[in-house]
Design a protein around this ligand. Structure first.
Ligand SMILES: CC(C)(COP(=O)(O)OP(=O)(O)OC[C@H]1O[C@@H](n2cnc3c(N)ncnc32)[C@H](O)[C@@H]1OP(=O)(O)O)[C@@H](O)C(=O)NCCC(=O)NCCSC(=O)C(=O)O
Length: 402
């Protein structure tokens, strides 16, 4: 996309065009993070997502996550539920089941992330739904999948990170095991679920056939271990913790400068030679300890010590500029307070959006990471209040005048 493609840069909130998924209806039985993330991404692209929540409490994140103001929804709920409508249904009751059936009548997609077995107990599992709507695309997200030795276990990101390897390779070699900072299990499962849904939706459009799909936090974390599994398959050894270093190349990590840390990714031979030149370390380019990527990985501690020695009197800003001027990938390490409030790039890329919430007033959330040229994502609705759309979606239609 070129900077002159003004269609793609249309202000996301005022874009007049319908979304790419306009007209697609999703019945959303999800809660917490993994499922709501998948359904929010569908909603951002225009799908009509109807969130079904337990009366009284609703999604767990409404009241019990983060720092909810008393009696109000937590910011954690806001972060994952924009563009959706909310209805409350006690799926254990006959009235709730009948409300659910009513929503199904116009549904294309159903998504749930209960513990395996819960959806069947509530009568909202795939078999129950397809009996009413045979062409439905039905997606389940769980901790470990719907079958297998761990299937019955409840799952949170932390547990999946521990059991699918991420914690074993994160952190410093001599430190305690550390989880990956971002919830890659939840968000990865949400993204894989979304990918499965879109694939199944395209298949349905082509053939009229619905299908069941499922993924899990566990499989998401494992599927992201591309380098780690490669290392194990090629060496038969368990990959170890490397701090910020890369297990496939060097130098590619966080390094210390005079006033802080920066990242350097001289990830191929040309970039390595440029780095040596930029830092006045030409003699290292000819040093056989560092002649190839493999040699550099073997001698990583000496290599990093030499680079850090060179940068000991150089500020992060100077070092980054020096490297970027030479075409070597490098950058500062920024925190979220800086990025979300001040970073000019995040601003130009519209990575913070603001909407008007009926209780909270102006509220900020993350923007859209994908810019669609013709059908941009946009905020069409605030995150719904609990049961805000009961009347419009569940009340019986008024009798036709005679
Ligand atoms: C997240 C969970 C561990 C939470 O466990 P629980 O608190 O036990 O919730 P469950 O959803 O399994 O079950 C909730 C109970 O509420 C009942 N229930 C729920 N909704 C309804 C409605 N609408 N009507 C009536 N009853 C309902 C349901 O029958 C269950 O009761 P009973 O039938 O009586 O049991 C689990 O849902 C889970 O493993 N989900 C799959 C993986 C996942 O998505 N994890 C969260 C990712 S986010 C994350 O990890 C992170 O943010 O960090």
């Amino acid at each position: 996309m070129t900077p002159t493609d003004t269609t793609a840069r249309t202000d996301a909130r005022t874009a007049p065009r319908p979304g790419a998924l306009d007209g697609v209806r999703v019945v959303d039985l999800t809660q917490v993070m993994a499922g709501p993330f998948a359904t929010m991404l569908l909603a951002d692209l225009g799908a009509d997502v109807i969130k079904v929540e337990q009366p009284g409490s609703g999604d767990q994140t409404r009241v019990s996550w983060g720092y909810p103001p008393p009696g109000r929804d937590s910011p954690a709920f806001h972060a994952l539920n924009r563009n959706k409508r909310s209805v409350t249904l006690d799926l254990g009751s006959e009235q709730g089941k009948s409300g659910f059936r009513r929503l199904l009548a116009d549904a294309d997609i159903v998504v749930e992330n209960f513990r395996p077995g819960v959806a069947a107990r509530l009568g909202v599992d795939y078999d129950s739904v397809r009996a009413i709507k045979p062409d439905i695309v039905y997606a389940s997200v769980s901790g470990f999948g719907q079958y297998g030795p761990y299937a019955e276990r409840p799952g949170y990101d932390l547990i999946a990170q521990g059991m699918a390897g991420a914690i074993s390779i994160t952190g410093d070699p001599d430190g305690a095991p550390v989880k990956c900072g971002l919830p890659v299990g939840d968000l990865g499962a949400g993204l894989f679920c979304l990918y499965g849904i879109l694939g199944a939706h395209i298949h349905r459009l082509r053939t009229g056939e619905g299908q069941y799909l499922e993924t899990s936090l566990y499989e998401a974390v494992l599927a992201l271990s591309v380098w780690e599994s490669t290392e194990f398959f090629s060496t038969a050894k368990a990959p170890e913790r490397l701090g910020s270093a890369n297990r496939m190349s060097a130098p590619y990590q966080v390094v210390r400068a005079a006033d802080g840390h920066l990242t350097i990714a001289a990830n191929n031979q040309r970039l390595w030679q440029r780095l040596c030149q930029a830092l006045g370390l030409e003699h290292l380019a000819g040093d056989e300890r560092f002649a190839t990527n493999m040699a550099r990985m073997e001698h990583r501690p000496e290599l990093i010590a030499l680079i850090e020695g060179r940068l000991a009197a150089t500020t992060v800003e100077e070092a980054v500029n020096l490297l970027l001027d030479a075409g070597v990938p490098a950058g500062p390490i920024l925190d979220y307070a800086h990025i979300l409030a001040h970073d000019p790039h995040a601003k130009v890329r519209a990575m913070v959006e603001e909407y008007e919430h009926p209780v909270e007033g102006p509220t900020r959330v993350l923007g859209f990471p994908v810019k669609l040229g013709r059908t941009p994502a946009r905020i069409r609705r605030h995150p719904p209040l609990l049961g805000e759309h009961n009347a419009e979606l569940l009340m019986p239609a008024p009798a036709e005048p005679r």
